[in-house]
Design a protein around this ligand. Structure first.
Ligand code: ADE
Length: 365
């Protein structure tokens, strides 16, 4: 019987707290003696750097995040440098990470700390949690790594580890599951070593208790409830109620000689602040003939040559994007507000969504 379906305060649960404490002790020992994983933010005490690393790591895997982290720290060694930088430069450094609203939050938070807090990063959990773009996970990470405050991190790694050790079948993305895992994580946290423990459990989840776990070399395989029942690959359980929205983004790469039309996305939608080409979005797949008709009707352009490119699909977390591209060569230059004419050789100065960058910008000559 797994404990996740019982209230937190039962006697079965108290047994689990004991098991958790044993796990924490062995984890810290493993961390000291065996864990050789190196990352530039490990052991870091500067809350600004920790904050940046954690926001980047919400977006990407550690291997890919390293370069972004180094570039950010190099360009903006402290919070004031980030707060005072031109936004275009920050977006350019963020390019490729996706979820651009998070980049906007970084800018807002850097300005808030720099202007309202006199450049001093907040030092208690509640104030850290109030920063824009900082949720429970990130606030716990910053509070424990920078100040050794007793807050347990709960990310995908930790859900996986705890669900296996305690054989918890509650979905980690359900309301009940989140509450349960959070209470459990808090109960087994060694309070005086919160920072060390939090980093160790994330490393353990990345090195040993991976999605396909290395139970044979795990220091806890004699105690792990999932392993003892051979069900480690079935945990954690995910509820996953995500509904996927399908969209058709029909781009017109409109050129006149060596210039191309682009604009900055302003609406509250994906890729806010990033640049794109002329776009007609539709609710379904539309033929090239129909698209050209829409283009002519909307922009009053009749004199052009065109070339069709292969359609491409991109899966985002909640959206399936179907791209199509039409290369349009104008016979006469025309001003189309709010688009800008930009020299093709200068396109690399503008931050584009990763998909447009890879699919088009790199290939336009
Ligand atoms: N993922 C998120 N934060 C992390 C950290 N501090 N170390 C390793 N992986 C992480």
């Amino acid at each position: 019987m797994n404990i996740g379906n019982r209230p937190f305060s039962t006697s079965a649960h108290r047994g689990n707290i004991e098991l958790g404490k044993l796990f924490s002790r062995r984890l810290l020992f493993w961390n000291k003696k065996k864990n050789t994983r190196q990352m530039p933010w490990k052991g870091e005490k500067n809350p600004y750097k920790i904050w940046l690393s954690e926001i980047i790591l919400q977006q990407t895997r550690v291997e890919q995040g390293l370069k972004y982290y180094e570039n950010f720290i190099k360009a903006f060694p402290e919070v004031r440098a980030l707060a005072e930088a031109p936004e275009g430069k920050i977006f350019k450094l963020w390019e490729g990470l996706g979820y651009y609203s998070r980049c906007k939050n970084i800018i807002t938070t850097a300005k808030f700390i720099s202007n309202d807090l006199n450049g001093v990063f907040p030092k208690d959990f509640e104030s850290i949690l109030e920063l824009k773009g900082v949720g429970n996970y990130t606030a716990s990470a910053i509070a424990s790594f920078a100040y050794n405050l007793p807050y347990a991190v709960l990310d995908g790694n930790v859900f996986r580890v705890l669900s296996r050790i305690f054989d918890i079948e509650l979905p980690s993305d359900s309301t009940q599951g989140k509450k349960y895992f959070s209470e459990l994580a808090k109960a087994i946290l060694p309070e005086k070593k919160a920072g060390e423990y939090n980093q160790a459990i994330m490393d353990f989840g990345a090195i040993i208790c991976k999605p396909y776990p290395a139970c044979g070399i795990c220091f806890f395989n004699d105690q792990c409830k999932a392993y003892r029942q051979g069900k480690q690959d079935l945990l954690p359980v995910k509820e996953n109620k995500i509904k996927i929205r399908e969209r058709w983004l029909n781009y017109f790469v409109v050129r006149y000689r060596d210039s191309v039309l682009i604009r900055q996305r302003k609406s509250k939608d994906i890729w806010q602040q990033l640049f794109e080409f002329l776009l007609i979005e539709t609710n379904e797949k539309v033929s090239t003939k129909k698209l050209l008709k829409l283009f002519t009707r909307q922009y009053g352009i009749t004199e052009f040559d065109f070339q069709n490119s292969h359609p491409v699909t991109q899966q985002l977390s909640h959206q399936l994007i179907q791209f199509s591209f039409l290369q349009i060569q104008l016979k006469q230059k025309k001003t189309i507000s709010p688009f800008l004419w930009v020299k093709i050789s200068e396109l690399n100065k503008y931050a584009f969504p990763k998909s447009l960058q890879e699919l088009v910008v790199k290939h336009i000559k």
